[in-house]
Unconditional design. Sequence first.
Length: 284
Amino acid sequence: MKVTPTEPARATRVAAVQMNSGNDAAANLATAARLLQSAAAQGARLAVLPENFSLMARHDAEKRAHAESDGAGPVQEFLAATAASLRLWIVAGSVPIKRGDSDRNAQSCLVYDERGVRVARYDKIHLFDVELPDRAESYRESATMAPGDTVVALDTPVGRLGLSICYDVRFPELYRRLQAAGAQWLVVPAAFTAASGEAHWETLLRARAIENLCYVVASAQCGTHPSGRQTWGHSMIIDHWGRILAQLPEGAGVITANVDLAAQAEARGKFPALAHRVAWLQPA
């Protein structure tokens, strides 16, 4: 089930794409193309793909083999061509990008404008190296990935956008930096585990929206993948007041909602919590 309320015409429509990616990259890109076309047909100016949209690998060797050189490769070519053909901005949840001679790659969120030109790259800062409590699940992203070190915000037709990926959502200081850089809305492409997603996904996303008075667009992986990993789904679009505007609990698909920057500006003016931050309490 998906819920998409009626929004005022002054707002700009965005889309969150939910997928159940496997280990067949060509099949995943075909699915992404179909869902992006649906997003464009629904009037979205910008669509967000989930983390690992082009490959949910079964093992580390598959992850490494799928990595591309920065600016070249079939996944990046697909993104540029699709954005241009649909006249659609695309936030490509994550693409593994090689880092020189290192055997660890960057987990990069790439942004393409409606001409198919890449306009931003954000490398995931927080890597998912955890063991889930009370479950026989452990993850070590640092085995194949190297962390980024740069906060990225950029101007889009929907307003100023702050980039993040999945596990980043647990670290509010990143989003404070993005808000300080002018972000009016945030993206969280993810492949959240089913266990942690059920416990924390909605709470974390709504908290990031509320504390920063920002819209949040969270595109998720869902279901069971070839490795046996289960992801939570529940892609969401949340407004600056923490209200869920659209949600897709399970299954591949697209949700859309409007980002209303005028309503956000009015709320920030009447409820100036961001201006009430105390300087000496901020991190050095």
